[in-house]
Design a protein around this ligand. Structure first.
Ligand SMILES: [Zn+2]
Ligand SMILES: [Zn+2]
Length: 399
């Protein structure tokens, strides 16, 4: 490289406006899970313009860009999720979502913009690159329906990915801060329905009926003990019933009651234990009251996000070198879930947190209609992502 060629740091700075503009464009045109058609089109156009090999229509609206360096070397993947949430945006932003009922309230607009800028940065350096970078733009993270289908479609093969990296923006930390955890860092998520079948009748003659509401109540109370009495105190699990449906009138004992809820855990064995015990627990409680109960898992489940210890160490090291040790922490494991876990079950890698908390005011949680991120954090994501990908290609941190 000649002396006048810009450094990576300069190139990141040069793309500052592009980064913000991309994020705002995706924000303005927020699209729900599996419906990210415009988003996917923009991604594919940008990747193609930068000279990457582009594959579209993967698991619906997924896009992959492959960047082959001029020299041989390892294959590293970067994963970004691209979908928005079914919310009506509450803030009067100039780039407010024009798609009423779809809003980027989790920061995936930022993830998409960061990944595109990374792809463009590396594409401009193709001649220096030893190895291959695979940029994975995944649909439908919010419904956990995106990652599995992309993996089945072979996005980690041909070229065979050695390492997978990615980030999630978070208002838990201020701009300039990064958190990286080795091991479990986000919880699993399973969603269940419990159908309790009793025998309907008149509310004045319960002895002639089998009351499913009483049974449902006992199941809800009793299942709290599955966590407190059956999971070791050092482990973590959450079991929540979020819906109860039954009955039509004051004086009618209904036929059925339906409970809907979710289970979260950080370890697969804890998750499996909870799922299995809930099934037998609910059915036996119901039996004791002469009723029946059946537990079914619904929707797409998501295992815990488990970072490879070595890769968490590498990313942490790169973040410290880029931002300073005082800006990098392990953070706390998050009870939320992310189907990045499925990629990390296939390949070693790391999913880390990048702070975007707006300064001077209380940050709204992710998935809130007034969710807001400080765009200053986007460039931090690019900087740490860039160094981490160079590390994955076994290249020096660059100039
Ligand atoms: Zn989310
Ligand atoms: Zn998210």
């Amino acid at each position: 490289m000649s002396k006048t060629a810009p450094t990576y740091a300069q190139e990141v700075r040069q793309r500052h406006e592009t980064l913000i503009a991309l994020r705002r464009d995706f924000h303005r045109h927020a699209e729900l899970s599996h419906k990210e058609h415009r988003t996917a089109t923009v991604i594919a156009e940008k990747l193609a313009a930068a000279g990457l090999e582009v594959r579209t229509g993967i698991n619906g609206t997924g896009v992959v860009g492959v960047l082959r360096g001029d020299k041989p070397g390892p294959v590293a993947a970067w994963r970004a999720d691209i979908d928005a949430l079914p919310l009506v945006e509450a803030l009067p932003l100039e780039f407010r979502s024009v798609n009423e009922g779809a809003m980027h309230a989790c920061g995936h607009d930022g993830h998409t913009a960061i990944a595109l800028v990374l792809a463009e940065l590396f594409a401009a350096r193709r001649r220096e690159l030893a190895g291959t970078l695979v940029f994975i733009f995944q649909p439908a993270e919010e419904t956990f329906g995106g990652a599995a289908g992309m993996i089945q479609a072979g996005v980690l093969e041909n070229p065979r990915v050695d390492t997978i990296l990615g980030l999630h923006l978070t208002t838990q930390y201020p701009v300039g801060h990064v958190a990286v955890r080795p091991g479990p860092s986000m919880a699993s998520a399973d969603f269940f329905d419990i159908e309790v079948k009793g025998k309907g009748g008149h509310g004045a003659f319960p002895h002639l009926s089998v009351d499913p509401i009483t049974v449902a109540a006992h199941i809800v109370i009793g299942m709290q003990d599955l966590v407190s009495r059956e999971i070791a105190a050092q482990e973590t699990a959450v079991m929540t019933v979020g819906e109860i449906h039954s009955g039509t009138k004051h004086n009618i004992i209904p036929e059925t009651a339906v409970l809907r809820g979710s289970i979260r855990a950080f370890r697969t064995n804890v998750r499996d234990q909870m799922v299995e015990r809930l099934g037998s627990f609910a059915s036996r409680i119901a039996q004791a009251y002469r009723a029946e109960a059946r537990v079914t898992l619904v929707g797409d489940c998501c295992p815990p996000v488990v970072n490879d210890a070595a890769w968490a160490g590498h990313v942490r090291g790169e973040a410290v070198a880029e931002l300073g040790a005082e800006k990098v922490t392990e953070g706390k494991p998050a009870m939320g879930s992310d189907d990045m876990s499925l990629f990390l079950n296939e390949r070693p890698g790391c999913y880390f947190w990048v702070g975007v908390a707006p300064p001077g005011k209380e940050a709204q949680p992710h998935h809130h209609p007034a969710f807001e991120l400080d765009e200053g954090g986007l460039e931090v994501g690019v900087r740490v992502g860039l160094r981490s990908l160079l590390k994955a290609l076994e290249l020096p941190p660059g100039r």
